[in-house]
Design a protein around this ligand. Sequence first.
Ligand SMILES: NC(=O)c1ccc[n+]([C@@H]2O[C@H](COP(=O)([O-])OP(=O)(O)OC[C@H]3O[C@@H](n4cnc5c(N)ncnc54)[C@H](OP(=O)(O)O)[C@@H]3O)[C@@H](O)[C@H]2O)c1
Length: 265
Amino acid sequence: MPPWCNAVTVRVVQQVFPADDGVTTVDPIDLFHRDVRQTDGTRPWILMNMISSADGATAVDGVSNGLSGDADRSLLGTLRGLADVILVGASTVRAENYRAPRTPEDRVGVLRATSGRPPRPRLAVVSASLSLDPTAMIFSPVDPADPPPLIYTASGAPGKESQALARVAEVVEAGVGDRVNINLVMADLTNRGVGVVLVEGGPSLNHQVVAAGLVDEFNLTVSPLLAGGKSKRILAGPALEMPASLKLERVLSDDGFLFCRYLID
Ligand SMILES: NC(=O)c1ccc[n+]([C@@H]2O[C@H](COP(=O)([O-])OP(=O)(O)OC[C@H]3O[C@@H](n4cnc5c(N)ncnc54)[C@H](OP(=O)(O)O)[C@@H]3O)[C@@H](O)[C@H]2O)c1
């Protein structure tokens, strides 16, 4: 997901489902902040958010921006406001030129402060190659007091890159060889007291998080677009041994976009 989400306009959107009392209009910021996100305490609540075209494309010309719009960016800002940590794969960081998470829109900021969260979520990147430019925008903090991004890597990571990145990030070994173990990542985040992790993709990382049985909530934005192309599906990887069954909790609609909130059943 693209990372520009500081100036979120407050939007009133249609609630399509549930619609027991007929279609209603809702304030998504209020709605998403009122949702209960509680685990048994052994790991954070893990919320995945993705956008796809109506025909299932996750990128246009290699990035998701072409699928997005003001309505989607606004919802993304709301979801980011809920997160303590945003977890993302290194290819997405490179493709989408990620920046350090911005300060959320005022109302989201107040809700964050009320819930005891720091002003902005912390970014966590998964990478084996550590092929990340230390001068890239993700390493430029909004405020110098912000904790630097976490980079989860594995034991085979190249030493030179690791040393260079250690100056601008906290590099954490969480796997053997060239494979970061997603369970170790979540264990580390749990030890840090993280309550809510927002997984923003890409599809390769998503597949691992779902395959490990770690997702609690899946937010899918359906963009009003047919895109074709060969971009990955939302989960890129082999068929899951056990498909994850979803329970549809809510569908909102704004400017032709559908926002589906599922919980893992
Ligand atoms: N539609 C949407 O909502 C959305 C959201 C996000 C991304 N996207 C799109 O998705 C594409 C990128 O997704 P992707 O699936 O190709 O890549 P990705 O999941 O973003 O990142 C894959 C990379 O992450 C690192 N990685 C992931 N799992 C790892 C593990 N277990 N151990 C070690 N390293 C691991 C590796 O980085 P290294 O190569 O550094 O080792 C790997 O190459 C882009 O086109 C982006 O625009 C779309």
